[in-house]
Write a protein that binds this ligand. Sequence first.
Ligand code: MN
Length: 439
Amino acid sequence: MNDDYTEKNPSLAALYREHIDIITARHDHALEQAGASHAVIYSGNPKFAFQDDYQMPFKPNPHFVSWAPLTQLPFSYIVYTPGEKPLLIYFQPHDYWHVVPGAPAGYWADQFDIRIVHELDEVAPHLPMERQKCIVIGEINDDALTFGIERVNPTTAINILHYARGSKTQYELAMMRLASQRGAAGHFAAAAAFRDGQSEFDIHRAYCKAVSLTDPELPYRNIVALNEHGAVLHYTDLDRQAPAALRSFLIDAGAQVHGYASDITRTYSYKDQRFQDLIDRMETMEQDIVGHVRAGVDYRELHITAHKLLAEVLVDAELASGTPDKLIESGVTSAFFPHGLGHLLGIQVHDVGGFMANESGTRIDPPSGHRYLRLTRVLEEDMVLTIEPGRTSSICCSKTCAEPPLNSRSTGAPLTGYGPSVESESKTTFVSCWMAVKI
Ligand SMILES: [Mn+2]
């Protein structure tokens, strides 16, 4: 695979045509089921801060990004009619305040009939005349943006598209491999900055430089946590000063390529061998779970398997005692591992469709007591998902867990070693950046 991130990458161009064939087939089906003839996919528009002219960073409609790698093209529309070449209404305003999108170019461009417009009023003539046969897919916060189309995000069509996005096309897999490579480069730079004694702020800067992405371009806010900050699951402050004594480093940071995300977490011990041993145990456990990943496996069962394996780690590390079943039942493993084993990954970091049993949208609930599990489906070929078991401990557990450590103690599973030690102040979470499920 050519590791060029840009639109000049010939490997991506070769895969893109097949991707478009799959995307059009999905929309053919969605339109048929929704009883409509045309899909109008709106890219979105920037939002403003309250009573301010400050523009928030633009986040495009993921449906639009699934058609084309155009992540910064607000006020634009893709019109798809089965059997016809998709139309791209490409909004290129006359604007001397901002850089406007350049002329359409790249491996994606010849798959569209492109119409450049400079004003929103110019959009309407390019839309299908029979608006009652159209559906709009996108975030519409102004009725004027629908140009008279009344059916906005009909559930039937959205469910079909969301369910299908669980499995990635070969083009998407290639994109996500690049996103993982890009993220890995950032992780190496961040680890070196940690060893060098830099602050969270400077580690974050080293990461952004290595992946060549600005903060708003990252798929999610970086978690860069030294010492006890690692115990906060979504710690996103960035201390400007390095702590006097370095003990541990947790980083949860991704990258993106053309809107497709990677999601990688690593934990490091500075010098403490006990903590390093625990990290090694967790890594072995993660790889063990990865070994169970295959098409046909129920992800809910994998999540419970992870709890069983974690129970063994806790017993071996003298952090808990009891049988795995007892430790799960009494909430001890959940106290240390309050989040889910992982989630689908794609255009959205927590990609859509994780709870869907079928394209009608029947929901599969997480197992009782595991409400933060975001993927409950049976795995299919070419799904991309994370495997990120964790071992966290901090006072935040008692706020987030149904069964805090004290309760578990009272149910006969005493916790030993739970206190302000190095381990108890840090989170160990591992993410397999992506896993393509193969039979
Ligand atoms: Mn994740």
